[in-house]
Design a protein around this ligand. Sequence first.
Ligand code: GRF
Length: 221
Amino acid sequence: MTLSLTVLISGAGSNLRAILEAIDAGRCDASVRAVISDRASAAGLALATERGVPTAVLKLSDFASRAAWDAELARTLQGYAPDVVVLAGFMKIVGEHMLSAFDRRILNVHPSLLPAFPGTDAPAQAIAAGARIAGCTVHVVDGGVDTGPIVAQAAVRIMPGDDADALHKRIQRAEHLLFPAVLHGLARGTIALPSKGSTRSGGEGPDDHAILVSPQLDTVP
Ligand code: GRF
């Protein structure tokens, strides 16, 4: 089944580009129905327009309340009837309207091996903590910040001398492979989203079957 997607962005849109390129290359059986941004300046909007994908901008500051913004976001997305809502560098926390409209069907990519280093500046957090392995996580969005059930993770080395930018770029190369692969797995039915009520730490959920991509052990000196 071709997976129908709507993608939410706030910035560069490199994950959006990676998903579109994977679709073009036949590595991701999905179709991007619309790209929505909370910022008019998000570079990813131009990328969507170039490809003929409909776009919209919903700025939180244009709404009387966060709840009103969240409701309009949910209403707009429902118009495209997506199977999955993809958060690809979307820098806002979605609320109850979004969570109930797309229950367990919102996926985010975060630049750390969650549950380590949630929130902003995850690569900088990893370096400051002296970690040697970083990575990225595709997870289901729940009401918390980077707390939902983990679907897949890819590990990335932290090299001596890395600053946050260098590490983030390396992590993003992994994101660009992992996110389309997860979406393809959902389309194929080889990956399932969690059952209702599952949490990261308990119950029957994807954490029990999460996909892990790790550095090849044969490269260890
Ligand atoms: C990604 O690194 C992602 O992990 C984080 O925001 C960044 C977005 O990058 N949530 P882009 O806009 O996809 O280039």
